[in-house]
Design a protein around this ligand. Structure first.
Ligand SMILES: *Cc1c(COP(=O)(O)O)cnc(C)c1O
Length: 368
């Protein structure tokens, strides 16, 4: 049997290229606490992404938790059920009640037309997700936030490098949060970041990720330990040198899938957004009722041949036990998200995916 094909595979530069970075750390003996690689990666990412300020984190989830703390969000926050579970968990960790709102059938992002009906006197913020790196309707969401005086924290874990006509999609809302987990487009093994618009907010976030320390004797908040280590930051600096090649290869894979699957009856690819520089982080398809196999049977058929596609996002966050009794988690409130969760399958996409391996995946779908 051929070697297994996973939905993603982390991008790793040649090992010998990382050695000089390690040697520098061994010479400096600075392992964490905002050392030189941490500072270098923050500068490099601001420039690459086209954002003003960034604060690096140990992972995306702690970054989400801290972003909510930084803006002192409380009460209720409107969010999407169609995401990775960390999105809503970050609210629970802050004692905030998530209020789930359904998604748009074309983008699978939070549907702005359904947000207003979910706003109550306790609502303080909206936490949308740029699902699969496809930007949310940022203008409509901003209008609602302005009308009701709400903050917006984007879970931008999928949106590294994505640009719209205004520049980086990470500049929308009050804060955006990235994940650099091994499975993401840009990884630091584990890692994450908060994008913030001004130096004062960055400073507050930098305090919060370091226990609330301002200096040796001053603690201003009950902060957490969310700092990225020097090893992770150094790897990020190296990884960033390869990111454009990695994105270009992802684009080719995306195009090959679209070319061969768009005409396939019963398989729907999500639309490419107009005027967007995408990052091709995922390749989701929706398996329709007229496809000869159910989604789960297709998932199993691929698995039997060593191809590990993933059902992102199934189950919905709102179906997990800590959420499912909430009124907003009920099925009839979330019909579009529930439908997508029952049909979606993310196909393998990563820079090292061989042309022939991708063709194997496509052929299995076409021959069903
Ligand atoms: C990966 C991911 C996270 C969590 O990031 P970690 O770095 O793994 O903690 C949060 N939200 C979404 C949408 C994600 O895909």
């Amino acid at each position: 049997m051929s070697k297994p094909i996973y939905v993603t595979q982390p991008y790793l530069p040649p090992l010998e290229d990382f050695m000089p970075y390690l040697e520098e750390i061994w010479v400096n003996k600075i392992l964490t606490n905002g050392g030189p690689f941490h500072q270098q990666l923050e500068r490099a990412l601001c420039e690459y992404l086209g954002v003003k300020h960034i604060s690096l984190f140990t992972n995306g989830t702690i970054a989400l938790v801290t972003a909510l703390q930084a803006l002192r969000i409380a009460g209720e926050v409107i969010t999407t059920p169609y995401s990775f579970v960390a999105t809503a968990h970050s609210l629970l960790w802050n004692g905030i009640k998530p209020v789930f709102v359904d998604v748009d059938p074309n983008t699978l992002n939070l549907d702005p037309a359904k947000i207003e009906a979910a706003i109550t006197p306790h609502t303080t913020a909206i936490m949308p997700v740029h699902c699969y790196g496809q930007p949310c309707d940022v203008e409509a969401i901003q209008r609602i936030a302005d009308n009701y005086n709400l903050r917006i924290i984007y879970d931008a874990a999928h949106a590294f490098g994505v640009r719209d006509k205004t520049g980086s999609v990470l500049n929308h809302g009050d804060l955006s949060v990235l994940s650099f987990h091994a499975t993401k487009v840009f990884n630091t093994f584990e890692g994450g970041a908060i994008i913030c618009p001004d130096a004062k907010t960055k400073q507050r976030i930098d305090h919060l990720k370091n226990f609330g320390f301002v200096d040796e004797v001053t603690v201003v908040a009950p902060g957490i330990n969310g700092k990225m280590s020097e090893i992770n930051a150094a790897f990020g600096v190296l990884q960033l040198k390869h990111i454009d090649d990695a994105l270009a290869r992802r684009k080719e894979i995306d195009s090959a899938y679209r070319k061969q699957l768009n005409s396939l009856e019963g398989i729907r690819c999500l639309n490419e957004a107009d005027g967007i520089k995408a990052n091709y982080s995922y390749f989701p398809v929706l398996v329709q009722p007229d496809f000869p196999l159910s989604r789960d049977n297709l998932y199993q058929k691929l698995k039997d041949q060593g191809i590990y596609a993933r059902r992102y996002f199934y189950p919905l966050i709102s179906d997990f036990p800590m959420y499912r009794s909430m009124p907003s988690a009920q099925r009839d409130n979330l019909p579009v998200a529930a439908d997508a969760a029952s049909k979606v399958l993310c196909l393998p996409i990563y820079p090292a995916l061989a042309v022939l391996d991708q063709q194997r995946v496509i052929d299995i779908l076409r021959r069903v």
